[in-house]
Design a protein around this ligand. Structure first.
Ligand code: SF4
Length: 314
């Protein structure tokens, strides 16, 4: 599968024993947007960083174009940066303060040894699509707004036409109106460049609006995964159901059975036995404390990991 990133039984354990990613199988294909949802501490950002070689897996593989992204040579890393780009939550601090917007956008062209004369018109086109005036080219990051910085970061990520874009909380910290614009822009760019996007967010409204598929993470594992429409329309996993039923935009009529989460997310250095969600699950029974549920296909493209799932909506 040339245009798919395959994540196989990926684990990332930090020193001190924190299992940030505790065995994950997922795939991401060009042309689709996959949402990665979870509370802070769920391991979603660590998983995303593993795809660009920024967090080092303890075991497992990430396969892409015949290579294993967990074991890259230096030359491979440059290849990977051209194919898979990431925009970070805090765009402003990810942009070097001493470079103008012009230099920030030209830098990837230089790094990858591309023809500047040929690429620059595409950069200007990207800027126009992102609503960035050319007058911004001479400015430094501290002279532009947070929303503009986010757009510059997106433009910079797309300068070399990658196949995949990883967006970590791309709308965090922006006004609601700017958030909506930015999501529309990302959707536009995705279509234009047939990008695969991994969107990492704890914001269910954002995920529900722009993703084709969604994976719900809890303490380093995927609890439920499948087409967003199906997962949001009729979650099988109690954790998904609890997240959704607490969201007034997604469930305005309170049609869903209310599932209320007890307590805080436990420490990932010492996850609960059995089902790692059992300490907070309103449906937990004795079996949940001893036996870990595996991700099971529900038959409609959805997979969930639960011994006592909710009824199917369809
Ligand atoms: Fe809840 Fe048990 Fe299902 Fe885990 S396996 S989500 S504890 S019902």
């Amino acid at each position: 599968e040339p245009d798919t990133i395959e994540i196989e039984d990926l684990r990332v354990t930090f020193s001190g024993g924190v299992q940030a990613v505790a065995g994950i199988d997922l795939s991401l294909t060009v042309g689709e947007t996959l949402g990665l949802v979870g509370e802070s501490g769920s391991g979603k950002t660590t998983l995303a960083k593993a795809l660009i070689g920024l967090s080092r897996p303890t075991s497992g593989r990430v396969r892409f174009e015949g290579r294993d992204l967990t074991a890259l040579t230096r030359a491979d890393r440059l290849w990977l940066r051209r194919r898979v780009q990431m925009i970070f939550q805090d765009s402003l601090s990810s942009l070097s303060p001493r470079l103008t917007v012009r230099k920030l956008l030209a830098e990837p062209i230089v790094i990858h040894g591309l023809d500047k004369a040929e690429r620059w018109p595409k950069v200007l086109d990207l800027m126009a699509r992102l609503g960035l005036a050319q007058a911004q080219l001479g400015k430094f990051p501290h002279q532009i707004s947070g929303g503009q910085a986010r757009r510059v970061a997106i433009a910079r990520a797309l300068v070399c036409e990658p196949s995949f874009l990883i967006a970590d909380e791309p709308t965090a910290g922006l006004d609601v109106s700017v958030q909506g614009e930015l999501l529309n822009l990302l959707a536009d760019l995705q279509k234009r460049f047939s990008l695969g996007i991994l969107m990492v967010s704890h914001n269910l409204n954002v995920i529900g609006r722009v993703t084709d598929r969604v994976a719900i993470m809890y303490l380093g594992k995927v609890m439920e995964e499948g087409p967003t429409r199906r997962v949001f329309g009729g979650p099988r996993h109690p954790y998904t159901a609890a997240l959704l039923s607490a969201n007034p935009v997604i469930d305005p009529e309170h049609k869903r059975e209310k599932l209320v989460l007890a307590g805080e997310i436990p420490s990932p250095s010492n996850p609960p036995s059995g089902c790692r969600f059992h300490t907070r699950c309103p449906r937990a029974q004795a079996r949940c404390r001893t036996e870990e549920p595996q991700l099971t296909p529900a038959g409609n493209g959805v997979r969930y990991a639960c011994h006592f799932p909710l009824e199917s909506a369809s």
